[in-house]
Design a protein around this ligand. Structure first.
Ligand code: HEC
Length: 108
């Protein structure tokens, strides 16, 4: 049990190191305009979209690495959510990194 947890930590740390450099390429300024359509759902108070009202996850302040992998999962079908799959389908890897950098830099 102890060993497994320790191993997990090591893997997590390595993952962070590797991706920290890989995602330095994300450009938050470019991401801001690319994220324009996302804001209709993800940019509103209380994290509900406008209409019909349903809860959407908060993106601001989440790690860029996590956001990119979430978007890739929607795009490749590992995550099945019709709306987000459609959103992610048109994004290139660079788009995802830019958008993720933008959301990571937001505090809300
Ligand atoms: C029509 C509303 C809508 C739009 C537009 C939209 N999203 Fe989403 N988004 C959602 C919903 C609803 C979920 C929750 C889906 C689920 O349960 O998997 C979600 C989930 C996500 C997640 C996963 C968050 C997490 O914590 O796991 C990411 C990342 C994301 N969206 C990014 C984006 C980006 C980037 C755009 C613009 C390209 C965008 N979304 C546009 C509604 C939207």
């Amino acid at each position: 049990m102890r060993t497994r947890t320790g191993l997990k930590m090591v893997v997590l740390c390595l993952g962070t190191l590797v991706t920290a450099s890989a995602f330095a390429a994300g450009n938050a300024e470019a991401g801001r305009s690319k994220a324009f359509t996302c804001m209709g759902c993800h940019g509103v108070a209380n994290y509900n979209n406008v209409y019909p009202t349903y809860h959407v996850p908060k993106l601001g302040g989440q790690h860029a690495q996590y956001l990119v992998s979430a978007l890739q999962s929607y795009k490749n079908g590992q995550r099945s959510h019709g709306t987000m799959r459609a959103q992610a389908a048109d994004l290139s890897d660079q788009d995802m990194e830019d958008i993720a950098a933008y959301f990571e830099s937001r505090t809300e």
